[in-house]
Design a protein around this ligand. Structure first.
Ligand code: RFL
Ligand code: PHB
Length: 391
């Protein structure tokens, strides 16, 4: 089998890239190691930036998003038993974010792809990419129990942090940057209407907590927990009591409790690999970079990468020039590093490091007070959260 662009991974990055290439008349094949049900059920991101929504709409995948997505014009920060709202449109010249789960983005893109898109193979496990420096890189994969090859003009690794595409960049060329955090998130889904219309990010002496949602009847909540925490050690009652304690403010506010339908622990990591391309192999999304989820940037970065990449492939097709493809890594890395900093900033400002001193805590409080008291500091947060135009 031969294709123009071989895409490894059918998460949001791979699926959106396939859609954008299809719309530009460029053929591609998507190889996804998991089955469809697994990809459609994997609980992850919940927040889409304006630019991600814009591209989903333009690509024809915005219909259900427009019907069911929840537009949010701000977030609330809590610390020291007080609350402060950040108004995105007022601080950013009109930008806002959408609550629409990654599961739903994937379902919409998969349905479109299977209806009229390029081939999307589930349970197709890629083992390696051969010849990234040649004109015909080859993807080796296993499908239906058989070893197969896909010859490509270009390969895009959208296979996430644990994927294999990154191995195509020789060790001597690759530079990686990483930061691990001394805490994880315990995330729950609960069948209860969200207790706030907007997301609430809470700093507390007991650790960080986040209130998010999936729909008007389903809440998504997170608690900072120590690394290595077993979700089985957290009874439903313990989770609600801890959330209650961390979100507590002076004044009227009640956390609504309801049946918890899922519990999971996720570690936090910052990671960047440079360059994001080598020869004819390109990396996009979590395959190239990871952010801790506090800034809600991961899915949006993945979308931004493939927008740049799809534009570069269309430019090559229309003009014969590979200049945009050649610039891909540099173009993306500027935005990636900004999002890395913002995600790090949100994480370290809001979480309690187990080794944190009272001095460190006062710095966090001072920073949060500054955001509440300075429109400039608030605008810096709002612009980064709602999404910057870079690249
Ligand atoms: P994915 O989603 O990991 O998809 C990679 C796909 O590649 C497949 N794969 C392979 N296929 C074939 N052969 C192989 N050898 C393969 N190896 C892997 C995998 O099965 C998978 O389907 O990466 P992608 O597409 O780059 O998308 C990135 C996003 O998933 C990720 O950045 C976000 O989920 C991060 N994130 C959030 N991002 C946001 O923008 N806003 C949020 O609110 C937000 N919240 C979150 C998050 C991530 C979380 N977790 C669990 C990491 C909340 C959580 C809890
Ligand atoms: C989510 O709804 O899963 C979510 C929202 C905001 C974040 C992280 C996760 O910063």
């Amino acid at each position: 089998m031969h294709t123009t662009v071989g895409i490894i991974g059918g998460g949001p990055a791979g699926l959106l890239l396939a859609r954008l290439l299809h719309n530009s008349g460029i053929d591609c094949v998507v190889l996804e190691s998991r089955d469809r049900a697994y990809v459609e059920a994997r609980q992850r991101a919940g927040i889409l930036e304006q630019s991600t929504v814009d591209v989903l709409r333009a690509s024809g995948a915005g219909e259900r998003l427009d019907r069911e997505g929840l537009v949010h014009d701000g977030i609330e920060l809590r610390w020291d038993r007080k609350a402060h709202r950040i108004d995105f449109p007022a601080l950013t010249g009109g930008r806002r974010v959408w609550v629409y789960a990654q599961t739903e983005v994937c379902k919409d893109l998969i349905a479109l792809q299977l209806k009229d898109g390029a081939p999307l193979l589930f349970e197709a496990q890629v083992r390696s990419v051969e010849g990234p420096d040649t004109d015909r890189p080859v993807i080796h994969y296993t499908h239906e129990g058989q070893d197969k090859t896909l010859t490509c003009d270009y390969v895009v690794g959208c296979d996430g942090f644990h994927g294999v595409a990154r191995n195509a960049v020789p060790a001597g060329v690759q530079k990686t940057y990483e930061r691990l955090y001394p805490y994880s998130w315990l995330g729950i889904l609960a069948d209860v209407p969200p207790s706030s219309d907007e997301l609430v990010y809470a700093h507390s002496p007991r650790g960080f907590a986040l209130l998010s949602m999936r729909s008007p009847s389903v809440s998504r909540l997170y608690l900072q927990v120590p690394n290595g925490t077993d979700p089985a050690d957290w009874s439903d009652e313990r989770i609600w009591d801890e959330l209650d304690a961390r979100f507590a403010i002076d004044g009227d506010w009640t956390l609504r409790r309801g049946p918890i339908t899922s519990k999971g622990v996720l570690p936090m990591r910052s990671f960047v690999t440079e360059p994001m391309s080598h020869g004819r192999v390109f990396l996009a999304g979590d395959a190239a970079h990871i952010v801790p989820p506090t800034g809600a940037k991961g899915l949006n970065l993945a979308a931004a990468d493939v927008i740049v990449l799809a534009r570069a492939f269309a430019h090559l097709k229309d003009t014969g020039s590979a200049e945009l493809l050649d610039a891909y890594s540099d173009t993306c890395l500027k935005r990636v590093w900004r999002a890395e900093h913002f995600s790090y900033f949100m994480t370290t400002t809001l979480h309690t490091d187990p080794d944190q001193s009272p001095f460190d805590t006062q710095l966090q409080i001072s920073q949060l007070d500054r955001i509440a008291n300075s429109p400039h500091a608030a605008a810096e947060l709002a612009e980064n959260y709602a999404g910057l135009h870079i690249g």
